[in-house]
Design a protein around this ligand. Structure first.
Ligand code: PBG
Length: 337
């Protein structure tokens, strides 16, 4: 009955390995490092512009010049990469979303400024049309409001090429159209961008945890009550996530992502353990907002639950985490030495 590794009490007292800090450190199975952190940032037009996002306390939308300033701190902390999200002025949004592939547009200029100032900082861009559409959906719609797959994929290819031309290291399609990874990969290859990485938002769920992000981008009001359930995944599904991941890998993704994070760690675990590929997770805006709200009320210890939530993602199998806590967590990791 009792195998050598599972001895009965009192031969085995599991508390022995918890008795002091050095032993706990020696037997700890999973760790969070600054190398695991990706910082999502919201970028604004203008100069010297800084706007708070009310539903995301501590998060600010920054104009390019201020973002470049902040990037110096990210580099100093050792954060590997940023993920860019544009706040597009209402007059630049349209049904065709054509501002998404403007070589002089906000994102293209941000990429160039960041890569020029801090070439060592990885720049990841979001490939999806929602910041640029007048209705806030991630794609081009028909008269009934249905998001058209193949027409949207053509637009996404233009957007990804625009980002790669501007110097993006990695494009991250978050739109959930079918076939977009293959189409983007082929276009990158044909245009000489053979090393542009694709981080696929493969298992992206139709989640209500994205609310504060839509506030940050200013798409909540245009979206209104319409949902993204005809393209983002149903929260009841798990096998389907593996199918999505397998397809994205076959189409040329270099790494895959699960989103949101904490409510979907079973998906992270399955993807990592069944596919064994670089697996990322997005601790989304709603998760951030919940942590901040509880901490600001004094109901939870903010730093401690933040670090615990990030470690839990590592334990589930995430190689890296997109998190609005990246800077705060990196500072704590730096102090620990
Ligand atoms: C849009 C996109 C979303 C997020 C990242 N890219 C929102 C959505 O799908 O509506 C959410 C990120 C977050 O909530 O932090 N393509």
């Amino acid at each position: 009955m009792n195998s050598p590794t599972h001895r009965a009490f009192p031969a085995s007292r599991l508390r022995r390995n918890r008795v002091d800090d050095f032993t706990r450190r020696l037997v700890r199975e999973h760790r969070l490092s600054v190398d695991n952190l990706i910082f999502p940032v919201f970028v604004l037009e203008g100069e010297g512009q800084r706007e708070a996002v009310p539903s995301m306390p501590g998060v600010e939308r920054l104009s390019i010049d201020l973002l470049v300033e902040q990037a110096a701190e990210l580099v100093e902390l050792g954060i590997p990469a940023v993920a860019l999200f544009p706040v597009v002025a209402p007059e630049d949004r349209s049904l065709s979303a054509s501002a998404a592939w403007d070589s002089q547009g906000l994102i293209a200029r941000t990429i160039r400024a960041l890569k020029q100032a801090h070439p060592e900082l990885g720049v990841i861009t979001d490939v999806a049309l929602d910041p640029y559409t007048s209705h806030g959906q991630d794609g081009i719609i028909d008269n009934d409001g249905y998001v058209l797959n193949d027409v949207t994929v053509e637009a996404l290819v233009n957007q990804a090429l625009c980002h790669a031309d501007a110097g993006a290291d990695m494009v991250a399609p978050s739109d959930m159209m079918d076939g977009r990874i293959g189409a983007i990969r082929q276009a990158l290859e044909e245009n000489g961008h053979i090393n542009t990485r694709i981080m696929a938002y493969s298992a992206k769920y139709a989640s209500s945890y994205y609310g504060p992000f839509r506030d940050a981008l200013g798409t909540s009001s245009t979206l209104g009550k319409s949902s993204k359930e005809t393209y983002q995944m149903d929260p009841g599904n798990s096998d389907e996530a593996l199918h999505e991941v397998a397809m994205d890998l076959a189409e040329g993704a270099d790494m895959v992502m699960v989103k949101p994070g904490m409510p979907y760690l079973d998906i992270v675990y399955r993807v990592k353990h069944e596919l064994k590929v670089p697996t990322f997770v997005y601790q989304v805006s709603g998760e951030y907002a919940m942590h901040m709200a509880a901490a600001e009320n004094g109901w939870l210890d903010g730093d401690k639950v933040m670090m615990e939530s990030l470690l839990a993602m590592r334990r589930a199998g995430a190689d890296g985490i997109l998190t609005y806590f990246a800077v705060r967590a990196a500072r704590i990791l730096q102090q620990r030495g």
